[in-house]
Design a protein around this ligand. Sequence first.
Ligand code: FPP
Ligand code: K
Length: 571
Amino acid sequence: MAAAGPRTSTPQRRRPAPAISSPSSKIREIEEDEGEEETDKVVDFSHARTMAEPVIPDLFTQLPPVREGYLTDTLDVQLETARECMKFLDGLNTREPLVTRNEHGVPKLARDRHVRFLHMALGNLPGGFLVADASRPWFLYWSLSALVMLGQDVTSYRDGLIVTARSMQNDTGGFGGGGRQLSHLATTYAVVLSLALVGGGEAYDVIDRKAMWKWLNSLKQPDGGFQVCLGGEEDIRGAYCASVIITLLRLPLDLSPESPAYTGDSNANLFTGVADYVSRCQTFEGGISGQPNVEAHGAYAFCALGCLAILDHPSRSIPRYLDVPRLVSWLSSRQYAPEGGFSGRTNKLVDGCYSHWVGGCFPLIEACLNGNPPSDRHRPGDGDGGVGRVGGGGALAADGPAATATTTTTATATATTASSSGRGGRLPPAEDGLFHREGLIRYILCCCQDTTKRGGLRDKPGKGSDAYHSCYVLSGLSSAQHQWELDDEPRPPLAESPAETKDAETSKIPSDQDIDPEAHLEAVWAVLPYLDGPRVFDNDDCVRPIHPIYAIPQGSVRAIRAYFGEKGQGV
Ligand code: FPP
Ligand code: K
């Protein structure tokens, strides 16, 4: 059965969340819920504290009105999660002495406790963390990035980081998870971003750019993608991390004869085929998978959009390589009600980290939709459901996922069915924008903060806080609290090669050999606080904006790029 359609968000009095119960009584409750008239709903005044108590929209305090009538383990755990979240969303949970709520009934951001937690995460960790030893660079990035978003100055970590980063670098290029560990694109990405966060020439100069360039060449594959380590798997994380590293360090794009991708074609470079690789990772659902032909996942959607936004202006590169309506439909389907948070994939649970992996896709999608429509928007072979149907600017933004649900192509219908049959209720399209910002902010502030002295942010109620979730929950909060506009200086469209013109109707993807990221990466992303729609957080609960592609402050991106820009293209 299809999940909930648009539901009223008219504020109404709350009633207490039903207790978690056995499967058979759950079926009974579902039936009872469905038979119940709105007007029959019991208002339990025993929970009311004052008459001025905030009113929370029903959307966040009630289960979806229409749900599957059978139970599976998957449905069971979804229902349990929704109910657990409702206890935190309804503003009635008074058992947590450290929680202060604002006038909307939403907890304040426990900034000081999160800051303390993150400083701890940068100190000595208990023995249990031994298994995460190869992820040490990640802990650095997650903690430093979260501290920066919380408004902290992290330059006091610079000297320590310089020593640590040096110990992780290999002479053959790149950084491993620690001394004498194999270089990996994920750990290299984390070290480079950490160095960018602490900033300064001494930190940047830790990086051996020449060795890095050689190493990246050894990972570059003939089909356009990158292996994550020598002889390791090739996936979209590799493509995104490599694209970030190449452009932050302003490495030469030249392909060395030692690269597995080298063919002797003098036009080919490190970016050749990357967009094509990303394009092959879009699945029948509309989402993006880690490698071609596997399951779509939110983390990979961010990697895909990040790659494309690095390669060219998102208004050109995204619609050129991805089916945007199907992607937007899939991304929007990741947001559930009543939880308000995002899931990573169809039929799975909300998790605070997807506030970034999925939530962070929207600024890039908006830059894609709001930019000047590029001349090559239509992807050959896409027929009616192709990206050519997306109007410029706000057309899709106004209609949201509902607009894509009416698309008639088989694949889109499949995608819509697949996502709307998820057990989570789908949020109705927000009046403005492609996701429900209020819902995400409520989920983050109500459900993702550790409410004890420990601090830190988490996946969902019942889970422990950690540096990973602290980083990505705050990045998601930042996306929801701000809006971005990419300076849209139109550049002449990519030169059409004769071969491209000739094969335009038959070849799936035009050649991308002309792609030169430097031509658009200096474009400024203007950032503003998001002011439209209901605002359920206080001014002092704002976190700092981060660059929509690089996920660190725009100033940090500019500083490291300027530093290496002055060094010139040589390494
Ligand atoms: C599923 O985990 C998770 C994945 C398949 C991918 C996770 C990848 C990332 C978070 C980041 C990749 C990006 C970079 C830049 C390295 P699960 O089954 O535990 O979670 P789920 O139930 O929510 O899918
Ligand atoms: K998860």
